[in-house]
Unconditional design. Structure first.
Length: 242
């Protein structure tokens, strides 16, 4: 055993079992499509409100005193609530799908993962850690799932994962900034700035969700094909004990 290895050994109390990721992959993709729809609705309702606010005096503070603002704010807040509910539902199903892939990847390439199985879910919730652990876990799953050897001359790289993760981080940071400005705004001008940033984060989220759909479909297909060739795959490199 190499003492300098950074890979997390499989827990002796846990035995990974190969199971089909197709059902969870389809469910995750469908939910991601609904996220895209709610993001577009949020952008539309945000633009509807923004269009009204930009015609008001920038120093005005009492938004409720202007005709039409309350109605447009209601639709914007409603779209935000719908977004939150679908984000939560999609996140839960996504993590379940990722757990399934993590288990399968342990069967395909045991002992090659840099983070333990429990990090598959916790890595999304712990501050600072969630800035890079989910990407690292996904990379390890990808590497364990992709075909190797003479049966697969074209091995897919990490470009899709990097684009997906970059858009996720960008959208998250812009959303935090926009939400802070919007919630603490004391004038029309500040409200518009915050609203514009939130709308930008929604747009970035659309990009992220599109890339996520592509990622889910690709990884699910990779594992499905590899599983058809057996747990280690007919194209896998032979495992040797040293």
């Amino acid at each position: 055993m190499n003492s300098n290895s950074t890979h997390a050994p499989a827990s002796p109390a846990y035995l990974a079992v190969l199971r089909s990721p197709v059902g969870l992959g389809v469910a995750t993709s469908l939910l991601l499509f609904t996220v895209i729809v709610t993001d577009i609705l949020s952008i539309a309702s945000g633009g509807y409100l923004y269009d009204l606010l930009r015609g008001m005096p920038r120093s005005a503070t009492a938004l409720g005193t202007f005709p039409g603002v309350e109605n447009r704010q209601f639709y914007y807040d409603l779209s935000g609530l719908l977004q939150s509910l679908l984000y939560l539902s999609t996140g839960i199903v996504y993590v379940c799908w990722l757990y399934r892939l993590r288990d399968n990847a342990e069967v395909f390439a045991p002992g090659t993962h840099r983070r333990g199985r429990s990090w598959t879910g916790w890595s999304w919730l712990i501050p600072v850690v969630n800035l890079w652990f989910p990407r690292r876990i996904t990379l390890d799953i990808w590497d364990a799932s992709r075909p190797v050897g003479p049966y697969a001359p074209n091995r897919p790289g990490h470009g899709l994962i990097n684009l997906w993760w970059g858009s996720w981080l960008a959208g998250g940071f812009v959303a935090l900034a926009g939400g802070a400005v919007y919630d603490t705004a004391e004038s029309i001008g500040q409200t518009n700035v915050g609203l514009g940033l939130v709308m930008l984060s929604d747009l970035l989220d659309v990009v992220c969700a599109v890339l996520a759909v592509r990622l889910v479909r690709t990884l699910t297909h990779m594992q499905h094909v590899k599983a058809l060739n057996g747990p280690t795959g007919r194209d896998a490199k032979p495992h040797s004990q040293e």
